[in-house]
Write a protein that binds this ligand. Structure first.
Ligand SMILES: Cc1cc2nc3c(=O)[nH]c(=O)nc-3n(C[C@H](O)[C@H](O)[C@H](O)COP(=O)(O)OP(=O)(O)OC[C@H]3O[C@@H](n4cnc5c(N)ncnc54)[C@H](O)[C@@H]3O)c2cc1C
Length: 465
């Protein structure tokens, strides 16, 4: 085992989602060996499931000139901006101003197709990038990074091993303790980049502690314990732990309606023009922030208590279907959506869709303030008009809170001093999104702060030689 100061020192990366993979890519590019530890059987974490895309602005793929990413993010962060204001603004500036480079890095250096751009809730411009083909963006990005890393002899990924402790001396973090696949407790020495994701799947632990009101909600996250306590044990400060994003549209699978684990109905379906109906009526600007759309649903009585869920219809016309075809065909294949007609929707839906089509034609203003209609083209709806429909409900999706980091991805203590030898990136860290994350900004923060953490760790190792 090399000592923490030998030239052969390996950096330890905890978690193989997009934040960990981005950090490892920078380290490997600069010839620093990486030991990546992953608790899952397979790599990729929640990142591999991402289905709408990654934000970037301004980029060559965007159809409009976009200089509003920073201000949209601040607006979406909302009430959280009253505290840690300057700190948050620095992080938001870092993420939004690095977004163009992040997209270029993925496209140019890693060969990922991100040529298709959509608008999502809370954004004033289309800026969420995905590929033009069938491959979902989370899978496309994580598999490209993994493939490149796996081709390096100095990259080592160990799955089925769980980090249980961060080791530290008086002055710095010195490594981790973990349980390996065969159940043995092992120690690994070196600087540590923590990229272990959020706590949206920790229903009985951190979620119950910080948001007991969300008990019983289904989730898009696989069950797993949150890891922030491993970092607070070495002095890390926490922020925004109470801000948990409940995504308005998780599919209620007709084959397993009461499953607590839901498949996400990607926000891009609404971004490309889809609408939401509750008892046959629209009730919200479908492109408002996730917080507001969810709030409009949960202000009504749930249809069932456990899991706590509502019955909202997500409806697309043929224009929206064409634009989001790769997603919808996949959902139809999974039995989560079906091709149908308006006559099959809840009573009153025909009148509602007719009114909405008038709004899209510009004959009247939308009562909910929607101004972007994207690909909706149904002009004269009849009971026989074809629609694509799925039932959706709010789902616990993303945890905005986590450990406090600075713009160098260094983990900060309560006195704002950095913890030497420790960085964090991705959903395990907090502060970037405030009270509400914009769709597409999580993959982005993983790339931006993952790469920053990797670069900083390289400098740290060089400084130790
Ligand atoms: C269904 C779904 C769709 C989404 N779609 C989008 C989207 O389109 N755009 C977007 O921006 N965001 C999206 N998100 C959010 C985004 O995917 C995640 O927030 C982001 O990928 C988190 O990346 P990460 O690297 O921080 O963590 P993850 O990708 O979750 O990776 C963390 C890894 O750490 C491992 N780990 C945890 N604890 C330990 C431990 N103690 N020891 C070792 N390993 C550990 C986990 O097993 C996991 O593999 C989506 C999320 C979900 C669930």
């Amino acid at each position: 085992m090399p000592s923490p100061t030998s030239p052969q020192t390996a950096a330890i990366v905890v978690g193989s989602g997009l934040a960990g993979l981005s950090a490892a890519s920078q380290l490997i590019a600069k010839n620093v060996p990486v030991r990546m530890l992953e608790r899952g059987v397979k790599p990729g974490g929640n990142s591999i499931k991402a289905s709408s895309g990654i934000n970037g602005a301004p980029t060559r793929y965007q159809p409009t000139h976009d200089n509003a990413f920073f201000s949209d993010t601040v607006k979406s962060a909302g009430k959280a901006m009253v505290s840690f204001t300057q700190h948050r603004e620095i992080l938001i500036a870092k993420v939004t101003e690095s977004s163009k480079d992040a997209i270029e890095w993925l496209v140019q250096e890693k060969g990922v197709d991100l040529s298709k751009v959509s608008i999502m809730g809370g954004h004033t411009h289309p800026r969420t990038h995905r590929g033009a083909g069938q491959t979902p963006p989370g899978f496309a990005i994580t598999s490209a990074l993994l493939k490149s890393l796996n081709s390096s002899p100095i990259f080592q990924l160990q799955t089925s091993c769980t980090v249980t402790k961060v080791l530290h001396s008086e002055h710095r973090v010195t490594g981790v303790e973990y349980t390996s696949e065969n159940g043995h407790r092992e120690k690994l020495l070196g600087p540590v980049i923590f990229a272990a994701g959020g706590f949206g799947g920790d229903a009985e632990g951190l979620l119950a502690q910080y948001r007991p009101d969300l008990a019983g909600y289904p989730s898009t996250n696989d069950p797993r314990p949150g890891t922030q306590p491993l970092l607070t044990a070495v002095g890390a400060q926490l922020i925004d732990m109470e801000y948990v994003q409940v995504h308005p549209t998780g599919f209620v699978d007709p084959a397993a309606p009461s499953s607590p684990l839901k498949f996400l109905a990607a926000e891009v379906l609404r971004g490309d023009g889809g609408i939401l109906l509750l008892n046959g009526k629209r009730f919200v600007d479908e492109l408002d922030t996730r917080e507001k759309v969810t709030g409009a649903i949960t202000a009504t009585l749930p249809e069932q208590a456990l899991p706590k869920q509502w019955s909202v219809q997500l409806v697309l016309d043929e224009g929206v279907y064409e634009a989001a075809r790769s997603h919808v065909d996949f959902y139809i294949f999974k039995g989560l959506m079906k091709r149908s007609t308006i006559s099959d929707l809840a009573p009153g839906a025909l009148g509602e869709i007719s009114r909405y089509s008038q709004v899209v034609r510009g004959e009247e203003a939308d009562p909910f303030g929607r101004t972007q209609f994207a690909h909706w083209k149904l002009k004269e709806p009849t009971p026989e008009s074809v629609v694509y429909v799925g039932t959706v409900t709010p789902v616990v999706h993303f945890t905005m809170g986590g450990v406090v980091i600075n713009e160098k991805a260094e983990v900060l203590k309560k006195d704002d001093e950095r913890i030497e030898g420790l960085w964090a990136a991705g959903e395990v860290a907090g502060g970037v999104h405030g009270a509400n994350r914009l769709g597409g900004s999580s993959l982005l923060e993983c790339v931006v702060f993952g790469r920053v953490a990797g670069d900083e760790c390289v400098e740290y190792i060089k400084g130790q030689m």
